[in-house]
Design a protein around this ligand. Structure first.
Ligand SMILES: [Zn+2]
Length: 249
């Protein structure tokens, strides 16, 4: 295989770095792929990890595996062992959706414990992480620095004073369709550099009566290109470079 050809052998134009593909129908997944969107499914628990492994094998798609902070209380030592066991499967490009949540998450100490266990695996296998950091940006940044994680994507972040630090550390932030109506996200784009940006959907999550979907990334690219006043084609090339800096394709 020539060096420049990535192992997923898929000639994509757009990508969705954070969706929950195990909740999509197969028709939906095929629709995204037909629209040249490379989707990266994250996981949240044991069941979604197993479903993602299936999807990944069937469509040769990259996936993230891991335990969501909302599920921390249910996660046992056995589950962490399972993660360790499957982590070398070649289509796994990172660990996610992992992180901390002070709004909807319970038992913050347990969340931290499970997050740290997964950071250790990311470090050991040199994997990227896809992070959920609701009202916990400071804590997450401190931990990823402490565990020396080099490739981090902060998914669906709002503007905050910590974005400057994220930029300086060379980490990434992914934006979804909510960028259209939220000034807050535009403010985030203002602080960040174009090199820190990735596109995502968080589909099929439902937010304020909108069912988010991987097809949204086409619109997200338009929004970002308008914001930075650069041509879409040029932005797409930059986003692909960012993606390659984030994960090994
Ligand atoms: Zn998510």
């Amino acid at each position: 295989m020539p060096a420049e050809q990535h192992k997923f052998k898929f000639n994509f134009k757009y990508f969705d770095i954070h969706c929950h593909a195990y909740e999509y129908s197969l028709n939906e997944i095929e629709y995204f792929l037909n629209n040249k969107i490379l989707i990266f499914s994250v996981s949240e628990d044991l069941e979604s990890i197993k479903k993602n492994l299936e999807i990944s094998k069937n469509y040769n798609l990259p996936i993230f595996v891991g335990f969501h902070p909302w599920n921390s209380e249910k996660i046992s030592k056995n589950d962490i062992n399972f993660l360790n066991k499957i982590i070398k499967f070649e289509n796994i490009v990172g660990i996610g959706e992992i992180g901390l949540d002070k709004v909807f998450g319970k038992n913050f100490e347990k969340q931290k414990e499970i997050f740290i266990e997964q950071l250790k695996i990311a470090k050991e296998y040199d994997l990227a992480i896809n992070v959920h950091s609701l009202k916990t940006l400071k804590e997450v940044i401190d931990l990823v620095i402490k565990f020396d994680i080099k490739k981090v994507n902060f998914h669906w972040v709002n503007y905050s004073s910590y974005l400057e630090e994220i930029k300086n550390l060379g980490y990434f932030c992914s934006f979804n369709i909510t960028i259209k109506n939220k000034e807050n996200h535009k403010k985030a784009l203002e602080v960040l550099d174009i090199k820190n940006i990735l596109t995502e959907s968080d589909g099929p999550y439902e937010y304020k009566n909108i069912k988010m979907s991987s097809i949204d990334v086409i619109e997200v690219v338009k929004e970002i290109s308008n914001f930075y006043k650069i041509k879409e084609e040029k932005l797409i090339r930059q986003l692909k470079r960012n993606l390659k800096n984030f994960i090994k394709l």
